[in-house]
Design a protein. Structure first.
Length: 196
């Protein structure tokens, strides 16, 4: 199930799933880098997902299956409910948590898995480096249901055309990350390489 960065919508969709019908919960998608040594397209398979005071440990068995097939960083991921757009905010989050990457879905999936006693793991591809600020219009692009507000983006760009260049750079990085995500998906094969 896709979250698309809309944590409220993802929580709602997860609550409609009968947990008795699933063997595990996986967070598979893109993330922003907090660690400056991570580059666009790098793979992160965290040991833990952190959000506020909560810490979820990922299933060692699920992680082992991925790490046997992929070259990946094993650093923690931080879950947030709102986009982390600027470089200073990324650096502050890195200092506060020690996390290497940030996303808006893994903590939601981890909480759901824990609530229902299911194993959980996350695999994330870096889409924006720690030293890359995302344009403000990107933070307002997502509707509560996870879809993109194209008109809102166009209005934001019309009001502040200086965001066009950074938005194009962000789109290029995202395209690289999504290609890497498809490549990883292909390498893992059916069931994301997990034998549940």
């Amino acid at each position: 199930m896709a979250g698309g960065g809309a944590t409220g919508a993802l929580r709602g969709r997860l609550d409609t799933i009968d947990h008795r019908t699933i063997a595990a919960v996986v967070s598979f998608g893109i993330a922003g880098a907090l660690d400056p040594t991570l580059g666009v397209g790098d793979v992160v398979v965290p040991e833990r997902v952190l959000a506020g005071d909560a810490i979820w440990t990922c299933s060692p068995d699920l992680r082992k299956a991925w790490l046997a097939q992929l070259s990946a960083r094993r650093d923690d991921i931080v879950g947030v409910d709102a986009p982390v757009l600027d470089v200073a905010a990324k650096a502050a989050l890195r200092t506060r948590t020690g996390g290497a990457a940030v996303d808006m879905e893994s903590h939601v999936a981890a909480a759901y898995a824990t609530r229902h006693g299911r194993p959980f793991a996350a695999l994330r591809i870096i889409s924006d480096p720690a030293d890359h600020a995302l344009p403000a219009v990107a933070g307002r692009a997502m509707r509560p249901d996870g879809s993109v507000d194209v008109l809102g983006v166009l209005v934001g760009l019309a009001r502040d055309p200086s965001q066009i260049g950074p938005l194009i750079a962000t789109a290029r990085d995202a395209a690289v990350a999504f290609r890497a995500l498809r490549r990883v998906r292909g390498l893992l094969g059916p069931g994301l390489g997990l034998h549940l």
